[in-house]
Write a protein that binds this ligand. Structure first.
Ligand SMILES: [Zn+2]
Length: 242
């Protein structure tokens, strides 16, 4: 009885502390900036509803899958939402990449996997491989945002995450201002595989935060192509739309 009362007391204290913290440091929606309700995390319910979803997981020959045709063999490809320049959803990506907020990566991974799971997209996937970050960039950011997304996806699907088999050998200069062809040349041959025998006959799902030209993902697939009987699928949080 005493133990139960003590437990209730601790729970009440935790709840008061959370309320106090919320009062002192209000949590706001990363998309609209409005204050979050108690049950909301990172994104408010109305912004989450308005997220420009692609629904690519329901359409095997979607534009992202087609963009790989003739360039790489991809079993399945999907992206969670569209990324336009300056749309509200792009604030999710900025927060994830530049505002030291790894939690939003895990959160978005869970959201994306929770919605996509019903389509059967994750069936027969053996392992999740986040696109590796250059070690300098990882050090500066403190985490790899693709790993955080994979963590969230793994939480929902129970598919393990492999962060050691695919490595980035060299850092590439920032791609943001480069033209399509230059970007393509820029990432060729920058990845390699460690212990390829571990992945023989597996179906891997490459995880990236945003796909623009697809060059980085194709470069990952080039590196993975040394592995016999490997199947590769792709899932990204966002896909750029002009
Ligand atoms: Zn909002």
């Amino acid at each position: 009885m005493k133990l139960r009362l003590a437990f209730l007391y601790v729970m009440m204290m935790v709840s008061w502390m959370n309320d106090l913290l919320d009062l002192l440091f209000p949590r706001c929606c990363v998309m609209c900036g409005k204050r979050l309700a108690k049950a909301e995390e990172h994104i408010c319910v109305s912004c989450s509803r308005e997220l420009p979803r692609t629904y690519y997981c329901k359409e095997p020959d979607n534009p992202l899958a087609k963009s790989f045709w003739g360039r790489a063999t991809v079993e399945r490809a999907a992206a969670y939402f569209y990324y336009y320049k300056d749309n509200a959803a792009c604030r999710i990506l900025y927060t994830l990449k530049y505002y030291n907020c790894p939690e939003i990566g895990v959160y978005m991974g869970k959201q994306m996997a929770g919605e996509i799971n019903r389509s059967g997209f994750f069936q027969q996937i053996d392992v999740l491989i986040p696109v590796p970050l250059a070690s300098k960039k990882r050090k500066k950011r403190g985490y790899n945002q693709c790993e955080k997304l994979a963590e969230g996806i793994s939480y929902v699907t129970s598919i393990p995450v492999d962060t050691t088999s695919l490595i980035r050998r060299v850092a590439n200069p920032t791609q943001t201002r480069k033209r399509r062809m230059e970007r393509w040349e820029n990432v060729q041959g920058i990845f390699s595989v460690v212990s390829p025998e571990k992945l023989v006959g597996k179906h891997v799902l490459l995880i990236d935060d945003v796909v623009t030209t697809g060059a980085t993902l194709i470069s990952c697939m080039d590196a993975l192509s040394v592995i016999p009987q490997l199947q590769v699928s792709v899932l990204t949080l966002a896909v750029a739309r002009e």
